[in-house]
Each structure stands twice: as structure tokens, then as C-alpha cells.
Design a protein around this ligand. Structure first.
Ligand code: BGC
Length: 916
């Protein structure tokens, strides 16, 4: 029996553990937390009920069996006594003013929920009845909806501000819980001085219970900040160059997050990167480091002792301070970390962090070191800082009390210039060292592209495999009867053009409600044994717009805050099991872009401002899924640093910053976890759209890193000319293939074979903008991955035929089903009679609102049984007709109705055409 929609046992419980481990305690005066048994507590803020489990958009759309909020979890837990008057006031308020989801449409949910106004006397009296207060502040944001520098988004609303002011005025002990997807303004910490502040982020479906586990001390907090919290939003170095509709210059270069603050202006930091408190204390004793010259490896040994009186975990962080040299370096850069096990009071653990010398390299994109386009180590002293946040560190020397000293600059690896900007701009660089150890901030011109991209592409055109008319199957390759080349040879140009089209969303060829079907999307490809692979969002659990249920895990930022890759790998093993059970081959996650600026709406899907932490988390995620047989697709390659104009805004960024920061996490996942899937971003990088960017998808990804998997576009992405840029279009699959982005996601269901979307692949073959060899190369990439996916051995279930739908009997006075379209609408239930048992092909015509990348979905029901799911992206209200699966209807009465899963889709007509 199919187990689609049945969550894996134990998964949600485990995700509760993870959610608790990712909570970051920022302030805890007078041991206000944990709440003690029998303490009386008043809980303020409506988010105690409307507790967020994820950000919005594709990365948050998991249908869950249940969710948990903070107040019910506190009541269920029973450690403390909850003030009933305050509780009832919120219950009454929420009844009057329920949660506003903006109507449920794409990107319509507001960032905040209107707070209950508070009166002085109400709070004052509550303070007389209770020992402590909790205030819950919530925020969301997401895909297509950046946060804004406004009240209600990055800043508190007036009502929230007043709530914190009043509660901190009357209560001595106040805990502020931040149930937010992004970091928000924390100036209330100075203004109102609450005793405790804790980020619980969005913890997935078990987030409420997990937060309570921490608040009452069942779990000692051990999360650390994956981002720097500055005093002002404008302090972030990218602030001046964020949010354009056209082009953002990455002026801060490699100085993202703490790399900027620690180097130039540490005093702008409210809470440093890597910071997080515990209910216990630790003594940290690093030993002198050892260097093994033969293997070029450092060993750092650190003993950590729990010196407090409750159990807890501590994370040891290793930063390098490289010599400034000619390139310029951040004052500190994370190069390793390790978390202890749960240490009982007085217990000690010795941690050993290994670090290879090569991990300390920098990329020279100007030739200033004498080694252009190389990974280099510049001569000088390399200082290692070990501690419990980027700020709280000690310098560690070797046994002779020396730092690591490199006498001569060395070239560790010669790469080749790739992906340089063509637009001149200036980037930050440290200048003179000041007396306090920080640096003046200079600007230097960014090295621009020198190589001839056209020559590079034409010199490296793959030779076409000659055509051979055979009928091998992909299983013959699996069984090693023939080579993959032999298999690909027999594909015609038409076959190849179809193979590079994915269908979706909600394809009837794969698990209902998922993002795409790819591979055997035509009868002929299927007959050659190419199976139909299934992809689904991602990253916080499986999204099935058919309404099927799955487990929702915490957001990426919370996962990174655990600083615990073993835990994340274990979590994603559960995810892998759930993918296999739901017949899904590829999860569209993890999201591994860099938190360049706090306002990016999708930061919640991504891990951190730091590329190393991002890479380690990505590896854990990818490996966890793979250990259960499914695979991950890391996204969005590259520089999806904002949602504003995400399908056109050009990221203008130096090659060094790209390699050291923005694509580093991808590189780590490719090299260390053999990542098999990558999704390109919507945006261009240095003028070339990611989905048709040759240097990104070929020079760096394949040739430099050795990636052997599949590259897919983001859904309905644009491409432009890999050489001349030109006008972007969704039809430019010729350019896509040329860059070695293998697969276009997505064309309409049943549309791959007929090229209904009208792409340029075959035209490009005729005109020479793409060659058969290039198409074959992408076909090989796709088939190579399919060979390793579970679908290769899974019995395929196609849902193109929903089979017999039983009729209701009895009623006869309804219109007879004919071949005329039925006029329908979202709300009406249409009744009709069928006078002869027959198979029909269904077609639905609908319009949708929203922009071109918005997503909405509905299920279509006959006699209350779901027979199809229809999905739409914004079409400017132009009606489209979508082919749906077949159904067999028997004599009798039927009702036709629609269940909107995601608002924004409006049905107009349904038609049932008899099939032979
Ligand atoms: C998002 C992707 C997502 C895809 C499929 C796009 O809008 O950017 O991250 O995987 O939709 O839902």
C-alpha cells in the first residue's frame, strides 16, 4: 500500500530536539531562565498562539498533521503556572482578530500580526500576580518578499514596542522570545533591558514544544549565532548596495558579516557571530597546536569543562588571522568548530580540531601575489584564535609559543580565471592597521574579466557522439551491458530536446503535488527505460500541494545555529527516509546562499553569513539524505542575495568574493559530499543569468570542482546569451545547454513532448547557438544522475489515469455530461449525470493572479475524491487550459468541486473529453 503522505515515525520528535538545540540565548540576567517549577508566569504577545513554524514561499509550504505553539506547549508541559487572566485576554483578542494570512496568496502574508493593545493597569496587575513574564515577538518573510527596514518587519511595531516597555516596567523578570525567520532590530535590549532574550527562530512543526524545552530547562541552550547582530541595520556593509532592481555592486567583497565587523569596526556589534549563552558555564583550555609538516595538517586540542551546575554543551570555534600580505585579509575567519557532547557538571571533554594548511588559502584574482587566478598562502604569521564566539577567543601558539610562520608566499593551486565582473566598481580592502588592531577601510578597483568567453566556449565544445539507431535501455547501462555513451548515441535531436525539459508543477507522472517530473517525459524516452524522476521542495520538509502531509523541520538559520553537523545529518536521514517513502528522488534543498544582508526574505532557508559554517551544514544535509538513498539539490547557485527583482537583478561581484564566500558552500558540498544536484538562481551573476552562465556551470562547477551531477534551473527561469548577454528569455534553452545547465524547470504538464512552451533548443541546433554534442553532454548528466536515483529501481506509478471514480446513485435530474465545457468557479459545486460508463480526459481552464513567479494550487475533486491537482504561476489573468489525468466515470451522478490549497488560482471551465 502506498505510504505517500504518511510522516515517518520519530521524525517530528527528532526535529524537536534539533529545534531546541538551535535556540540562541543572548541575555540571561540573574538566571531568569530557566523558569523554575511552580513559578507563576504571564505570557504576552499574540504570537504565543500564532507561533510561526517557517518562513513563507516554496521553502515553507509543508502540509503538516499538526503544529505546536508556545502557550499550548507551556500548558502541556506544566512546569510553570500560567496566568489565566492574561491568557484569556489573548484568547478573546485572537477570536476577534484572527491570524491574518493575507488571503493565503503567494507572498501576501504580512511580516507581523497585529498585537493586542495593552493597558498599564492590566500589566501592572499581572505583575502583582506573577513571578515572571514572557513576551513573544514573531516575524515572517520569505520567497518574493524581502524583509523591509520598516516597523512590523525589521523594526518593532508601536504596539510591540509599547508591550515590551510596559511589561519591563512592571515586571522585574522578563523573557523576550524571538520567533523570527530573520534577525530583527534589537535596540529594545538597551531601551528596556529585559532580563532574558532568546532567538528560537522558526522551529518547524515542533518549534513550540522545543522552545518550551529550553525555557523551562529540560534542554540547556547551546545555539550560537550564525550571523552578526549589529546595532544598526545600516551598519551592515552591504546596506548601501542592497535592494536595487537592476544591479548590486558587492562592494564589501569578502568582508561579509563578522569578517567586516571584526576587521574594521568591532564596536558596531551588539552580539557577535558565534555567540550564545548557556545555563551553565564552561572552562575552555586550548593546548599548544601541533603541525604535521608531512601531511600539512594542524591539530588543535581543547579541553572543555562544565564548571556550572547543570548539564550543557559548548561549541569551540577556531578562527585564523592570516597575514594581511598583498591581498588583504579579514581579522578573523572561521576555519573549524566542534561541539562537545552533553557534559554533566564537572565533566570534561577534550576536542580535537584538525585543519589542513590548504584550508587557509585565499584566491588571488588580481595577480598581486605573483600568482594570478590561484589559491595562495601569503608569507607571514598565521595566528589562530580559539574560543566560544568570534569575539571571545584566545590566541593559540605551538609548543615554542610561536604562531604558524610561512617564510615565502606559496601557490597552492593554479585555477583559471572565471566569472569576473565586466562592470568596473571598487571593493573594500583593509588599509593601515590602527592602534587597537582594527584597520582603515580602503577601496580598490576590482579586477575585471580578461578572458574571451566566446573562445573558451568554442575551444571546449564537446564532440558529438555519432548517431546509432539502436534501442538500448537505460537499464542496459545500469547492468553494464553498454556504456552511457552508447545509450546517448541513439537519442535523436528531438529526444534530446525533450529530455532537457522538466514538467510541472504537480505532474501526474510523479508523487502528487510535487515540484517536477523529469527524465522519461515522452513515450519514446520512457520506452528507452528512462524513468521519470521526482523533485519536491525543500528545504524544510516535503512540500506536496495535493495536501498530503509531511514533517516540517526547523529553518536553515536555526539548523546552522546548532553548530552541530552530526545532529543535522541525523535529521536529514529522517528526511531521506520520508523522501523514499513518498517516492521522491531529489529534495530541492538545502538552500545555501550567504546571508549577505539581514533583509533578504529567504535568509531563513539559508544557513549563515559565513561560508564555512554554510558548507559544513550543507555537507551534513546532503549526506544525511543520501545515506537513505535519496539526493539533495543545493540552491540557489549563485548570489540569490535578495528577493526584490530576483529574476533580473545582477550580482556584480569579484571573482575572489565569489570563490571565497558566495560559492564556497557549494564547492564544499561538491567536493566533500559528492553533491548530485544543483539549482541555479534566477538572477544574473556578472551579467550572465545563472541558468546560462558558462563560467558558473562549467568552468567552476564542472571543470574546477569536478561536479558530476545535474544542474537544473529554478522554476520558469530566464536565460541570456552566454557570450553577448542580450535579452533574457525563458525560451533560451540553447543558451542554457551551452552553459551546461542541463535541465529546464519547468514546462507545463504534458508539454515537454510537444514543446508547448516553445523553447529554442531545436532552433538553436539549426542556427548553431547550441550543438548536438552539448545537448548530448547535458543528456548524459541527466541520465548519469537518474542511474543513481531511487527511481531507477522503484516501480513507477503514473497518475495519468485516476481509474474508476464511483458515482452517486439515485439523483437523476441533473444536466448530462457532454463534450461541452462546464462553467465552474472556485466556490461552486457542479453536479452532473453520466449515462454510460466511459473514460474521459479532463482539461481545466484557469487564470491566476500574482507575478510570473508566484505559485498557487488547487485540488480537483469528483464526488469528494481528489482526481487531480492544478498549479499556476502568475499569468496576468490570461486563461490557460491545462491537460489533466484521465478518469473513468460510471453511470450515475457526480459532483465536481475545487479545494484551493494556495490562493491565487481561479477556475473557469472544466471539460471531459471521452477517450477510446
Ligand atoms: C523557488 C525554488 C523552488 C521552486 C519550486 C521557485 O520559486 O525559487 O527555490 O524550489 O520554486 O517550488
Amino acid at each position: 500500500m502506498s505510504k505517500i503522505g504518511v510522516p515517518i515515525e520519530g521524525f517530528s520528535d527528532f526535529s524537536r530536539q534539533v529545534a531546541a538545540e538551535g535556540a540562541v540565548l543572548l541575555k540571561n540576567d540573574d538566571h531568569t531562565l530557566p523558569l523554575k517549577p511552580a513559578e507563576k508566569v504571564a505570557v504576552f504577545g499574540r504570537i504565543q498562539y500564532d507561533y510561526y513554524r517557517s518562513g513563507t514561499g516554496s521553502g515553507g509550504s509543508v502540509n503538516v498533521l499538526y503544529t505546536t505553539n508556545l502557550i499550548d506547549s507551556l500548558l502541556e508541559d506544566k512546569t510553570v503556572t500560567i496566568d489565566e487572566e492574561v491568557l484569556e485576554a489573548y484568547q478573546t483578542f485572537i477570536k476577534k482578530q484572527p491570524f491574518d494570512d493575507g488571503g493565503g496568496a503567494w507572498a501576501a502574508e504580512p511580516w507581523f500580526q497585529e498585537e493586542m493593545p495593552l493597558m498599564d493597569t492590566f500589566v501592572q496587575q499581572a505583575s502583582e500576580r506573577n513571578d515572571k513574564a514572557i513576551i513573544v515577538i514573531g516575524r515572517t518573510a520569505g520567497e518574493d518578499q524581502d524583509n523591509r527596514a520598516e516597523k512590523g518587519s525589521y523594526y518593532l511595531t508601536d504596539k510591540e514596542d509599547r508591550m515590551i516597555r510596559l511589561v519591563t516596567t512592571y515586571f522585574d523578570r522578563v523573557v523576550v522570545v524571538l520567533n523570527t525567520s530573520n534577525i530583527i532590530d534589537l535596540s529594545f535590549v538597551e531601551s528596556y533591558d529585559p532580563s532574558s532574550v532568546i532567538y528560537t527562530w522558526h522551529g518547524g512543526m515542533e518549534g513550540g514544544r522545543a522552545a518550551v524545552d529550553v525555557l523551562v530547562g529540560h534542554v540547556t541552550p547551546s545555539g550560537k549565532l550564525p550571523d552578526t547582530i549589529a546595532y544598526q541595520l545600516t551598519d551592515y556593509p552591504s546596506s548601501q548596495h542592497f535592494g536595487s532592481d537592476v544591479q548590486n555592486h558587492y562592494v564589501e567583497d569578502i568582508y561579509v558579516g563578522y569578517r567586516y565587523f571584526e576587521t574594521f569596526c568591532p564596536d558596531k556589534v551588539r552580539y557577535p557571530f558565534g555567540f550564545g549563552l548557556s545555563y551553565t558555564t564552561f572552562e575552555v583550555n586550548p593546548k599548544p597546536f601541533q603541525y604535521d609538516a608531512t601531511h600539512q595538517q594542524f591539530r588543535f586540542s581543547v579541553t572543555v569543562t562544565n564548571t556550572g551546575d547543570v548539564s550543557g554543551k559548548e561549541t569551540i570555534q577556531l578562527y585564523v588571522e592570516s597575514p594581511q600580505g598583498t591581498l588583504g585579509q579579514p581579522a578573523k575567519r572561521l576555519v573549524g568548530f566542534m561541539k562537545t557532547r552533553l557534559l554533566a557538571p564537572d565533566e570534561t571533554e577534550t576536542l580535537e580540531i584538525k585543519l589542513s594548511l590548504h584550508q587557509l588559502t585565499s584566491y588571488d584574482d588580481s595577480g598581486v601575489t605573483g600568482f594570478l587566478s590561484s589559491d595562495v598562502l601569503e608569507a607571514g604569521d598565521y595566528l589562530f584564535h580559539i574560543g566560544t564566539s568570534v569575539r571571545d577567543t584566545d590566541i593559540v601558539y605551538d609548543e615554542n609559543k610561536q604562531p604558524y610562520h610561512l617564510r615565502q608566499t606559496i601557490q597552492v593551486r593554479q585555477a583559471e580565471e572565471a566569472l569576473k565582473p565586466v562592470t568596473p566598481f571598487k571593493r573594500m580592502k583593509p588599509g593601515k592597521r590602527r592602534a587597537d588592531g582594527t584597520y582603515d577601510c580602503l577601496l580598490e578597483p576590482v579586477p575585471l574579466r580578461q578572458q574571451d568567453i566566446n573562445k573558451r566556449i568554442t575551444d571546449r565544445l564537446p564532440e558529438a557522439l555519432s548517431f546509432k539507431d539502436t534501442t538500448y535501455t537505460l537499464q542496459d547501462v545500469l547492468n553494464k551491458k553498454i556504456t552511457l555513451d552508447d545509450f546517448i548515441r541513439q537519442l535523436t535531436d528531438e529526444d534530446l530536446a525533450i529530455l532537457v525539459r522538466g514538467e510541472g508543477m504537480v505532474s501526474p507522472l510523479v508523487t502528487p503535488g510535487t515540484a517536477s517530473a523529469f527524465g522519461g517525459v515522452s513515450d519514446r524516452l520512457l520506452s528507452l527505460g528512462i524513468p521519470v524522476g521526482c523533485t519536491a521542495d525543500g528545504p524544510s520538509g516535503i512540500r506536496m500541494d495535493s495536501g498530503e502531509k509531511a514533517t516540517q523541520v526547523p529553518i536553515g538559520t536555526l539548523l546552522a545555529s546548532t553548530f552541530n553537523p552530526d545532529l543535522i545529518e541525523a535529521l536529514y536521514r529522517y528526511e531521506g527516509k520520508e523522501l523514499i517513502q513518498n517516492e521522491i528522488d531529489l529534495l530541492l534543498g538545502p538552500g545555501i546562499n550567504i546571508h549577505r544582508h539581514p533583509l533578504n526574505g529567504r535568509n531563513f532557508e539559508y544557513f549563515s553569513e559565513d561560508p564555512y559554517l554554510t558548507g559544513i551544514m550543507a555537507i551534513a544535509n546532503v549526506q544525511g539524505i543520501r545515506k537513505e538513498g535519496a539526493h539533495a539539490v543545493a540552491k540557489h547557485f549563485a548570489c540569490n542575495s535578495q528577493e526584490q527583482s530576483r529574476n533580473q537583478v545582477d550580482a556584480v561581484v569579484s571573482e575572489r568574493a565569489l570563490r571565497e564566500v558566495y560559492v564556497k558552500g557549494f564547492e564544499m558540498a561538491v567536493k566533500e559530499a559528492d553533491l548530485m544536484g544543483i539549482m541555479t538562481a534566477y538572477n544574473p551573476v556578472n551579467g550572465h543569468f545563472s541558468a546560462s552562465n558558462y563560467d558558473l556551470n562549467t568552468t567552476i562547477l564542472r571543470e574546477d570542482w569536478g561536479f558530476r551531477g545535474i544542474v537544473m534551473t529554478d522554476w520558469w527561469a530566464h536565460m541570456n546569451d552566454p557570450v553577448n548577454q542580450g535579452v533574457p528569455s525563458r525560451a533560451h534553452t540553447d543558451h542554457m545547454i551551452r552553459s551546461q545547465n542541463d535541465l529546464y524547470m519547468v514546462v507545463n504538464n504534458y508539454g515537454a513532448e510537444t514543446n508547448r512552451a516553445g523553447d529554442n533548443t531545436l532552433k538553436g541546433l539549426q542556427e548553431g547557438t547550441v550543438t548536438r554534442g552539448e545537448l548530448q553532454r547535458s543528456a548524459k548528466n541527466i541520465c548519469r544522475v537518474l542511474l543513481e536515483l531511487p527511481v531507477m529501481t522503484r516501480k513507477q506509478v503514473f497518475r495519468d489515469d485516476s481509474g474508476l471514480i464511483p458515482s452517486q446513485s439515485g439523483v437523476v435530474n441533473h444536466p448530462l455530461l457532454t463534450t461541452q465545457p462546464l462553467a465552474v468557479s472556485n466556490e461552486t459545486i457542479t453536479t452532473f449525470n453520466v449515462n454510460e460508463t466511459k473514460a474521459y480526459r479532463m482539461y481545466v481552464t484557469y487564470t491566476s493572479t500574482g507575478d510570473a513567479l508566484s505559485q498557487s494550487a488547487m485540488t480537483i475533486k469528483l464526488n469528494d475524491q481528489v482526481v487531480a491537482t492544478a498549479q499556476a504561476n502568475g499569468m496576468n489573468e490570461i486563461a490557460i487550459k491545462q491537460k489533466l489525468p484521465k478518469v473513468t466515470l460510471e453511470q450515475g451522478t457526480y459532483t465536481l468541486s475545487f479545494d484551493v490549497q494556495k490562493a491565487g488560482i481561479y477556475v473557469k471551465e472544466m471539460i471531459f473529453i471521452p477517450v477510446d
